[in-house]
Design a binder for this molecule. Structure first.
Ligand code: FES
Length: 84
């Protein structure tokens, strides 16, 4: 059975226990959005400290490096610097 998250019109498979950040990175997604400064959002620390990997999952802002994948998640870029 394939389990998928959804990103920008693509369905991406993930492995059991894999984080959203890892699944995106493994699928070749290197940029998760863009901060108000113009800096790209992406995996950096991988441990929830830098906030560089912020994304929206089903409408809520989350750290991609910490959030485990669930089948059917709708993952979208997080743009700007809204309060989280
Ligand atoms: S990569 Fe630093 S908080 Fe996720």
């Amino acid at each position: 059975m394939n389990v998928m998250i959804h990103w920008q019109g693509r369905s991406l498979p993930f492995k059991p226990g894999e984080t959203v950040g890892s699944a995106l990175f493994r699928a070749g997604v290197m940029q998760f959005g863009r901060a108000a400064t113009g800096q790209a959002r992406a995996l950096f620390c991988g441990i929830g400290q830098c906030q560089g990997c912020l994304i929206r999952v089903d409408g809520r802002v989350s750290e991609a490096c910490l959030l485990p994948c669930r089948d059917g998640m709708l993952v979208t870029p997080f743009e700007g610097d809204e309060n989280v």
